[in-house]
Write a protein that binds this ligand. Structure first.
Ligand SMILES: Cc1ncc(COP(=O)(O)O)c(C=O)c1O
Length: 287
């Protein structure tokens, strides 16, 4: 399957593998009415799901926080492989998995504990990002308009969508969000800044998602004796940093070379960013 023939995509929906346009879901599904659902996004390297256990742990956490009763975590690897096989995907692929709380009829804000979640998944070939990885990207800065439980990977994403759309409108790859006087993360990525040979990224809290790539980068820094601080990057100190990068499952480690109108350094990815990329790509090769 190439990225152009989604028309023929077979998806997973509640124990069935069916063409995407044959999925039937009630308009009373709570994800449709309230964004009452969670999701995960994973990818393979060499055909194997990268950091599957970390993704499952994060999914479990999101489900627990929202009291959504889904427990079939052991099926996820098999669902992903089956989808890749049926769709004849020969390359590495990404997996989108969504679990909604299910249908409550008629519409009410509160939920009962016995609803049956609707489980949906699809896979698609990984898009080539070698240009961005090599040359770096522009980002814009946007106010963080999201709720105060960004640690939950909820399908309720409107502020992130608006911020990212604004980035694309401004010929940028990503919007980095600030809350009060500090940066939290990107609309769909984690954010890192470097000065004095030290890498900074926001600490884990309800303000950010526990990014799996973020976690891998922190581990690699510690293993390789590179200074890493889980401390806020303050807006008024932005220009004291000399390198920036963003991370994510499909973004991997992407250098930032422009922030709004500011061309960072000479508009080329910095040395420490390159080192982190090298460590990261070595690590994923070994899975
Ligand atoms: C808000 C946000 N932060 C960070 C990330 C990066 O997380 P991960 O590295 O697990 O893909 C994502 C990924 O979707 C995200 O949505």
């Amino acid at each position: 399957m190439t990225s152009k023939n989604y028309i023929k995509m077979i998806v997973y929906f509640n124990d069935k593998y069916i063409p995407h346009d044959e999925v039937k879901i009630s308009p009373f599904d709570r994800a449709f009415l309230f964004s009452d659902g969670v999701y995960e996004a994973l990818r393979t390297y060499n055909g194997k799901l990268f950091r599957l256990d970390d993704h499952l742990e994060r999914l479990k956490y999101s489900l627990q926080q929202l009291e959504i009763p889904f427990h079939d975590f052991h099926q996820i690897e098999d669902i992903s492989k089956t989808l890749a096989d049926i769709n004849k995907i020969k390359t590495d692929y990404s997996v989108y998995l969504q679990i909604s709380r299910g249908v409550s009829f008629p519409r009410t804000h509160n939920y009962e504990s016995n609803l049956t979640p609707n489980v949906f998944a699809f896979v698609k070939p990984i898009k080539d990002n070698s240009k961005e990885i090599k040359a770096g990207v522009k980002i814009i800065l946007e106010k963080d308009l999201r709720w105060l439980r960004c640690d939950i990977k909820s399908t309720s994403l409107l502020p992130s969508i608006m911020a990212n759309q604004n980035a694309i409108r401004n010929n940028a790859y990503e919007a980095i969000l600030f809350r009060d006087d500090f940066f939290t993360e990107g609309s769909h990525t984690s954010f890192f800044a470097i000065k004095d040979n030290k890498i900074f990224t926001a600490p884990l809290s309800n303000y950010i998602l526990n990014g799996i790539t973020r976690k891998v980068v922190i581990e690699l820094c510690k293993e390789n004796k590179i200074d890493i601080c889980e401390e806020y990057i303050y807006v008024n100190e932005l220009k004291s940093f000399v390198e920036f990068f963003i991370t994510g499952t499909t973004t991997e480690v992407t250098p930032v070379i422009q922030i709004d109108d500011w061309i960072v350094d000479d508009g080329k990815p910095g040395k420490i960013t390159r080192k982190i990329q090298q460590l990261f790509f070595n690590a994923v090769k070994q899975v």
